[in-house]
Each structure stands twice: as C-alpha cells, then as structure tokens.
Design a protein around this ligand. Structure first.
Ligand code: BGC
Ligand code: CA
Length: 557
C-alpha cells in the first residue's frame, strides 16, 4: 500500500474558533487570532486541525445549527480570513478538516423559513413533515432530559416537523436528491477553499430513513458512497471522518467492504471501554472492544480520542460498567448528562493526576488509529460545571497569566475563562508550561513527536499479547518487517509482568525503549520481565542484536 494516505499517521487537534484566541478584543475568538496561534500548534507537532462549526449560525447549539453553509459567521471573521487561515496552515504543512453538519439546519436557515411559510415552496420537501402528531413523537431524543420530543408543531407551517436533535434543528430530508446534491455542493465549496476533508456530524441520522411512518429507521449506506465518490473526484486526498456511534457489527457498512464509504470513523466502542479500563484497572473489556473493531479495510482508519466537545457517552457499556465509570469519574449528578454520560474534561476526571493523564494519553497514542486531541487537553485544562450542559468543557483556551488567560482583552469573554482554583488560568496556561521542561505541554509535545515516528501504529496489524494480569495491556504492531510493542499498567500499584515476543525471523530478544534508557532483554527462556510503576507505560521497538551492537559501538566511540 502506498504511503500517501496522510490520515493514517496524522495527529488531529480539534478546536472551536470562538474559544481559541480573540484578536480584535470583542470577547469572541476569531480566525485572525487562530492564525496567530498556528506556530504554537505547529510546534506542538499536530498535523491536522479539525475546526468545529464556524458558519453563520444563531449559535444555539454551538454552531451545530447552521443558517448558511457558504459563509463564515461574522463573529469569527470573513471568508477572506478563513482563506488566510487555510493558507497559513498549508505553509506549515498542517491540514484542515471541518465539521459538516447536514443532518439538520438551524430553524433560521432560509430553506426552513421558505419551507415553513409555504406548502408549495420548493424547499418544503427539504424537511420532514407530518400533518398530524406522529405516534412516535416522544421517542428517539438525542438529548434526553433536555429535549422533550422529536416532532414539533410549527404554527406557520400548519404541520409537524421532525428533529432528531433540539427543536431548533429541523432535520433535512436527506433522501431528497436535491438535498443530496446540495450536500455535495457544500463539500465542493470548502474543498475549493483549501480544506482536506470533513468530520461528518451525526452520520447514522443523516443516512437514516426519516418520516412519520418510519417505525424503524433504515440506513441508506449508498449515500455514503455518493459522498465519497464526489469528494474523490474533486480532490483525491480529501477524507471524511464520520461521527457514528454504532455497534461494531455495522462498522464495515460504514467503511464499505470495498473501502468505498467513510475513510475514518471515531472509535466510540474503544473510547467507552478505555474509560472503563481506566476506572476499573481491568483491561479485558477494552481488549474485547479492540478485537471487535479490528476488521476494517486496509485504507480505512479509526479516530482515537479521549474526550471531545460532547459528553463522554457511556451508552454502550453494561449498566454495571457504566456505574463503575460514573462512580470513579463523575460521581455527582451534576457531572453527568443525558442519563448516559459525563460532561467533564479529562484532567479533572483523572483527579489532575499526572501519572494517570500520561497513561490515558499514552493509550490514545498507541491504540489502533489516529489520535484526536481536544484543545486544552495538552495543558490539562479543567471544566466549569456552573455552565449548562456540554458548555462546561468548552471554556476558552488558557494562554497566559494575563487577564482572561490571554484569550481576550475584553472583560466579557463569550464563555467565562476558568479562573482560580487548581485549573484556573493563573496556574494552568501555555506560557507557564512552555518554560517548564517537565510540564504536561512539553510532555505532550514529546509524545506526539514519538508517535509520528511510529507509523506502525497507524498502518500495521495489531496483536494483543496475553498476560495473566488483567491490569496490564500489551499490544504489538507489525508492519513492513518492523514491530513495536506497548505495555500499559492500568493499576495504581506497581506490577511485574512477564511475556514473550515471538516473531517470524526474530525471537524478540531485545526490546528497545523508545522513551527512556531501560531496554528489556529476554531471559534464556525468551521471557521479558518488566516492572511497571503505578500507571506506568512502555513504548518498545522490537530490535535485533544488530541494533544494540551498533548502539554500543556509537556509545563507546
Ligand atoms: C455533535 C454535537 C451536536 C449534535 C447536533 C453531534 O453529534 O457532536 O455537538 O450537538 O451533533 O448537531
Ligand atoms: Ca473577536
């Protein structure tokens, strides 16, 4: 397979323009501010920026309610600023992917306004209507507890409209060929302006059959092929990264058996079981999740993440597993959301414990896929639980000890900057961590550098190596006659673990530590014995004797 598939060995960093850096002092982050921070991101080593929605929007769901797909919201700048930004990225070799939110529009979108005001409008059929209240109107809410129904009566339209999400987000009738054509046009537009692809929002809902009579929505997978085909015609190396929290048995439907659908998907299955592993120190369900999500076309890739801008959704765990994670990471009702998840940021969930943070990051970087980092996690930012719903984990980036963390010179930032306490910008900020070689920021930079030097993870085949100890996870990758091996101790106690590495043509006698000097050499029986610190981790390259000899030659020279 050719190496051109850039997303196989990428480091993705996601951010919201509005909370990253404010250049004009109005309290809202903007493209000019982001442009000034590109060297920071370049220095961190990330290769791809995923921008959350920045198009014109009433902003009632943080931009996931789009009112004009072909524009930049005036609060963030202009299309001109956007192009300056993508150009700045291109100069630094950074790719940009953007959110594509086409399951629904804002109710303020001109299409919806036209559709609701006139039964005969050509846009009427762009949405999903019913004259009577559908029987299942109280089912299928994505935000239970906040959202009351999936159908709402619109006075102006004299009919009910379908909305999988909030009532101000009417679902597009994605089965309508005109709507599909428009989706392609939106993709084409942003591709032309320099993006390398899309994080496609809510994919299972985009492709679901919709309507008052639909009892059990069916997935129209062919749509995915249409999207991909178009994209590849326009720009061969552009990708779609699908947000699809689905069961492993349908993964292949999304990737396409002929690798003709989604290039990437977020691995929600692994995400949830990873948090369970961190909570319980038991790696077995995580190993199961890794095996269950193993099948995928060679060119396809998983997006591996810890926390994102939404709640940590634990809906795929068993009740007992979920309770365990709640108890460990979000015991208060106020930390939980939608009866299924935790809305906190990573660092406070892990008690700000540097060892656990490193363990979590090390896992994210070494499990099969491409890591997706949430902005602020590189400095272990906290959350503000006084903010509603998911906003608690969307506070502005903390740059320095200046007022409002250097995010804005305005006294009224769009969302409050976290101040005071252990996660306040006074303590947790980029400027301070930059000066400290042992800071989280500098550690993250080093781990990203090393991750990029281990393409085996993104490209190779993995094997989980058996150990007797459920707290220890060992995973090996093989690619082009190279092998790497990662060992993680999920427990708070130190562990000694023994294992052997059997490879064709290499007995795996020597393991070269990629992060420190303590290498491992097998005993006569071919066994490696490694003592791991509490929450300890090791990155090894399986090295032949040649390598070691060469090394000692150099050292004694
Ligand atoms: C996004 C959410 C958003 C929803 C509606 C999602 O799955 O990640 O942040 O609220 O889609 O667009
Ligand atoms: Ca601004």
């Amino acid at each position: 397979m050719i190496d051109d598939l850039w997303y196989k060995n990428a480091i993705i960093y996601c951010l919201s323009v509005g909370t990253y850096m404010d250049a004009n002092g109005d309290g809202i982050g903007d493209f000019k501010g982001l442009l000034r921070r590109l060297d920071y991101l370049h220095g961190l080593g990330i290769t791809t920026i995923w921008l959350m929605p920045f198009q014109t929007s009433p902003g009632r769901d943080d931009g996931y309610d789009v009112a004009d797909y072909y524009s930049v919201d005036a609060r963030y700048g202009t299309l001109g600023d956007f192009v300056e930004f993508t150009h700045g990225c291109e100069q630094r070799g950074i790719r940009v992917i953007i959110d594509l939110v086409v399951n629904h529009t804002s109710d303020q979108h001109p299409w919806f306004k036209a559709a609701r005001s006139d039964r005969n409008s050509p846009y009427r059929d762009w949405y999903v209507w019913s004259d009577k209240k559908p029987a299942n109107a109280n089912q299928g809410m994505v935000f239970p507890g906040v959202q009351k129904s999936t159908w709402t009566r619109d006075k102006e339209a004299g009919a009910w409209y379908f909305h999988r999400f909030y009532d101000f987000q009417p679902d597009l009738n994605t089965s309508n060929p005109r709507v599909q054509a428009e989706i392609l046009k939106i993709m084409g537009f942003w591709i032309q302006l320099g993006v390398s692809g899309f994080r496609m929002d809510a994919v299972p809902f985009v492709i679901a059959t919709k309507g008052a009579k639909v009892k059990k929505p069916a997935e129209q997978y062919d749509m995915l092929r249409t999207f991909r085909e178009f994209l590849q015609w326009r720009q061969g190396d552009a990708i779609i990264l699908a947000e699809a929290n689905v069961l492993p048995k349908t993964d292949m439907e999304y990737f396409g058996r002929d690798a003709d659908r989604m290039h990437m998907m977020f691995n929600f299955q692994v995400n949830q079981h990873l948090f369970y592993a961190l909570a319980s120190s038991d790696s077995r369900p995580l190993a199961q999740a890794l095996k269950a999500t193993k099948p995928r076309p060679a060119s396809a890739q998983w997006g591996l993440f810890l926390r994102n801008h939404d709640e940590l959704d634990l809906g795929r765990l068993t009740e007992a597993q979920r309770d365990r994670v709640f108890k460990c990471f979000g015991p208060d009702k106020d930390m939980q959301l939608y009866n299924r998840g935790i809305r906190r940021r990573l660092a406070p969930m892990l008690g700000g414990d540097r060892r656990r943070l490193e363990l979590a990051y090390s896992l994210m970087c070494t499990l099969p896929g491409t890591p997706v980092i949430r902005y602020g996690d590189e400095i272990a930012m906290g959350d503000d639980l006084s903010l509603p719903e998911r906003n608690c984990a969307r506070t502005p980036m903390q740059w320095s000890t200046e007022p409002n963390g250097g995010f804005t010179i305005s006294d009224t930032p769009a969302l409050p900057v976290i101040s005071e306490g252990p996660y306040g910008f006074e303590h947790v900020n980029v400027a301070k961590q930059r000066r400290d070689p042992n800071s989280m920021l500098n550690w993250t930079e080093r781990i990203i550098r090393m991750r990029k030097e281990v393409p085996e993870i993104g490209w190779g085949d993995f094997t989980i190596i058996r150990t007797r100890d459920p707290a220890v996870l060992i995973i090996r990758y093989d690619w082009r006659n190279n092998s790497v091996l990662f060992v993680h101790n999920l427990d708070e106690k130190p562990r000694e673990t023994a294992f052997s590495v059997q490879l064709p043509g290499d007995v795996g006698e020597h393991l070269i530590n990629l992060l420190a000097e303590n290498h491992s050499h097998a005993d006569k029986r071919g066994q490696h014995r490694v003592v791991l610190e509490p929450y300890g981790y090791r990155w090894y390259r399986v090295g032949g004797l040649d390598y070691l000899l060469k090394r000692s030659e150099i050292e004694t020279r």
